[in-house]
Design a protein around this ligand. Structure first.
Ligand SMILES: Cc1cc2nc3c(=O)[nH]c(=O)nc-3n(C[C@H](O)[C@H](O)[C@H](O)COP(=O)(O)O)c2cc1C
Length: 308
């Protein structure tokens, strides 16, 4: 069992607590929010206390905190109180430095579009402009503002309903039914000055379990559940199988004549522990390739069972 550093937030100052909170609740997407005040002055600031919370109605929520320094309120919050509209622009890797620059605490009269060298595009249904360079933008009306506290660092939830959304053509899936994650090239904020980029090898798929009822880790055969080789991810993937998809004894028998399996069984026929190791390894490789049914066959060969 790992050892844990356990904390009670009220025992710490906000400045001591904050790095643990944002370091562990990570990575967080960034709402690059454009707003205007009653005089029509434009503001653009990033907020990583942000996410989508409902599809229908389409709700996005972000949270400007009272400044820790002097408990004053961010311009974004002041603006949405005056004009309850916001465009939440999505930040990709190409935008990350300009987005960070826009987080500078400029005076209220300063338009961060200008400071960050970004282009204002007129929105269709709300008054704040959107960021032309952003791969996606959500025009929103502000439904509710919830103050989460009065002290320094207290968040203010800005609950936004999307009324119009824009997605750059080149980030769409070929059939335009959604967003291609490889093309979005999203970035997200972690603790400190750390960001991550969702691209290339860092993207991977986990098949959704909700389309069917997987057997669960508790139902895995003991030789797999208690294996000291298989990881939690591998067990999770194996346990996502439906019971009627488990290989039959006949299928396992047939699998033994696959060239690689036949080769291993022949080569290690006099070395049972090594054969078990090799079959487990083969199962893991098949899992890594996404071949769950084949992995199950490799891991069901009774030579594995016999020598546990
Ligand atoms: C990536 C990123 C994420 C941020 N997230 C938040 C946040 O969730 N809440 C917050 O109050 N400030 C956050 N900030 C700091 C604000 O952007 C910063 O205070 C900004 O100056 C506020 O501008 P405004 O007063 O013009 O609204 C973040 C800064 C960066 C660079």
């Amino acid at each position: 069992m790992a050892e844990f550093h356990s904390l009670t937030p009220t025992d710490l100052t906000p400045a001591q607590w904050h790095p643990f909170l944002v370091g562990a609740v990570a990575p967080r997407p960034v709402a690059f929010a454009s707003t205007i005040d009653a005089e029509g002055r434009v503001n653009l600031s990033p907020y990583s206390f942000f996410n989508a919370f409902s599809s229908n109605p389409p709700i996005l929520v972000f949270s400007p905190a009272n400044r820790v320094r002097d408990n004053t309120q961010k311009h974004t919050l002041q603006n949405v109180r005056e004009v309850p509209e916001v465009v939440i622009n999505i930040c990709d890797f190409a935008l990350v430095e300009q987005m960070s620059l826009a987080s500078t605490e400029y005076g209220k009269e300063v338009n961060e579009f200008t400071k960050a060298g970004l282009t204002e595009l007129t929105s269709e249904l709300v008054r704040p402009p959107r960021v032309a360079e952003a791969p996606a933008a959500f025009e929103c009306v502000v439904e509710q503002i919830i103050e989460l506290g009065q002290n320094n660092g207290a968040g203010n939830l800005i609950i936004c309903r999307v009324v119009r959304a824009h997605f750059r053509q080149d980030i769409l899936l070929p059939d335009a039914t959604g967003i291609d994650p490889f093309k979005l090239d999203a970035v997200a904020r972690l603790g400190g000055d750390w960001y991550c980029r969702a691209s290339g090898a860092s993207l991977f798929e986990v098949p959704k379990p909700n389309r069917h009822i997987g057997i669960g880790i508790d139902q895995l055969p003991e030789h797999l559940r208690n294996s000291d080789v298989l990881t939690g991810n591998e067990l999770g993937r194996l346990a996502n199988i439906e019971s009627d998809a488990l290989p039959t004894p006949a299928q396992v028998e047939e699998f033994k004549s696959e060239p690689m399996v036949a080769y291993l069984m022949n080569k290690y026929r006099a070395d049972a522990p090594e054969l078990k190791k090799q079959l487990l390894q083969l199962g893991r490789e098949l899992l890594a390739e996404g071949k769950v049914a084949e992995a199950w066959k490799a891991l069901s060969i009774k030579q594995i069972l016999q020598f546990t």
